[in-house]
Design a binder for this molecule. Structure first.
Ligand SMILES: Cc1ncc(COP(=O)(O)O)c(C=O)c1O
Length: 385
């Protein structure tokens, strides 16, 4: 079992930060790497041609290890989820009347591309809402999603868990069903990968897209995507020099190349060799590979279990453990609670969580302790007396 790793970060001691789903704090090691990258440009004579490739290669390898992908060349550096999704949408053609299945209130970067694509082809975004009941809510929501995947479904675009309240989506079952009808499975892993195990070999998505600044412990402005075989001969959304074959040879760049670098590298964003962001994200993912997502998940489960049981006993609603993240979950208030009052109260006590829809979104990390979660519970209980 892992122990608290707060000493690896520089979170101020006075705050209770339970909001990694918003943004992770910075690892000290990533901060150092970023400063090194920034300072490197003081003397560009020391930035070699190889430097354009070396850390990017390491980053791809580290992420491939994290998601159990055998081929790091399928991993691509992206600036944002919207960018990674734009690549996906660019390579899908729909027929009139077909549909793309998404979960209700999915994160916008995994909704708007589908809306655009469906509008272009007179197809439909099928938004699958949760059931009206709070009994077996997660289980029933998953059943609804599976039932909605039918012969006309071309794409299921979803996440391992819902960004707003942590409801888990059973990607194995969704993959099985989507395969039965010949639909692609596109996964936004931003709120899951890094904090819970994710194995591309068992889930077999067609694409996995992740922002880097949350559970991958990276800086803002860089993320990672993994593209499967479907995208092998696809068209990127931009044409940059470094994605072409033999771009390592700087003397030959204007002997224009018709071929791309191998694997999925054609999809990488221009200037992806970012000398500041790449080494920072690399530190984050190396650290995660060392801690291991399954152990981070177990740690989050351990520090939240008892405090959350206390809340449930007092009339707060939290999804069953099997159908929510250990690191990300929504707390719904007893009827008659005043959310604005609660927000102000928690802020006064320097407890940081998010408010998404009608849930208080709590997302602890490896730098939290059970006392942090208990503090949240104690203050929440005071507000509903
Ligand atoms: C599920 C999910 N996807 C993506 C993002 C970020 O998207 P983008 O990188 O396009 O800004 C977030 C940010 O909160 C998110 O929660």
């Amino acid at each position: 079992m892992l122990t608290c790793k707060r000493n690896k970060f520089t979170l101020p001691p006075s705050i209770t930060y339970l909001n990694c789903a918003y943004m992770s704090p910075l690892l000290k090691s990533a901060e150092k790497a970023g400063i090194r990258g920034l300072r490197a440009k003081r003397n560009p004579a020391l930035i070699s041609n190889e430097d354009f490739f070396s850390d990017s290669n390491e980053l791809r390898k580290a992420f491939a290890q994290l998601i159990h992908a055998p081929d790091p060349l399928r991993v691509v550096i992206i600036p944002s989820v919207s960018y990674g999704m734009a690549t996906v949408a660019r390579n899908i053609r729909l027929r009139k009347g077909e549909n793309v299945v998404v979960a209700d209130q999915q994160f916008p970067s995994n909704f708007y591309p589908w809306k655009r694509l469906c509008d272009d082809y007179e197809a439909e975004v099928k938004v699958i809402s949760p059931p009206d009941t709070m009994i077996d809510r997660g289980k029933k929501w998953n059943e609804r999603i599976l039932e909605s995947i039918t012969i006309g479904t071309r794409v299921v675009a979803i996440a391992p868990l819902h960004w707003a309240d942590g409801t888990r989506f059973d990607l194995m079952a969704i993959r099985k069903r989507s395969e039965e009808v010949g639909a692609l499975l596109i996964v936004d892993g931003t709120q899951g990968v890094g904090a819970m195990p994710f194995d591309v070999q068992s889930i077999r998505p067609d694409a996995l897209i992740c922002a880097g600044y949350k559970w991958l412990l990276g800086p803002y402005g860089i993320g990672l995507a993994w593209y499967g075989k479907y995208f092998d001969e696809g068209v990127p959304i931009e044409e940059n020099w470094i994605n072409r074959l033999h771009s390592e040879d700087f003397t030959n760049l204007v002997n224009y190349q018709s071929q791309y670098q191998p694997g999925a590298l054609r999809y990488e964003v221009g200037e992806h060799s970012n000398f500041i962001l790449v080494p920072m994200l690399l530190k984050g993912i190396q650290q995660l590979n060392n801690w291991k997502p399954e152990r981070i998940e177990a740690y989050c489960r351990q520090i939240t279990q008892e405090p959350l049981n206390m809340l449930k006993e007092k009339g707060f609603w939290i999804e069953d453990e099997a159908w929510r993240g250990a690191h990300l979950f929504g707390i719904r208030l007893p009827s008659g609670s005043d959310l604005e009052k609660i927000k102000a109260h928690l802020l006064r006590h320097k407890i940081f969580v998010s408010y998404r829809g009608n849930a208080i979104r709590v997302s602890p990390g490896i730098y939290n302790t059970e006392s942090d979660v208990k503090r949240l519970v104690r203050e929440l209980l005071k507000t509903v007396k």
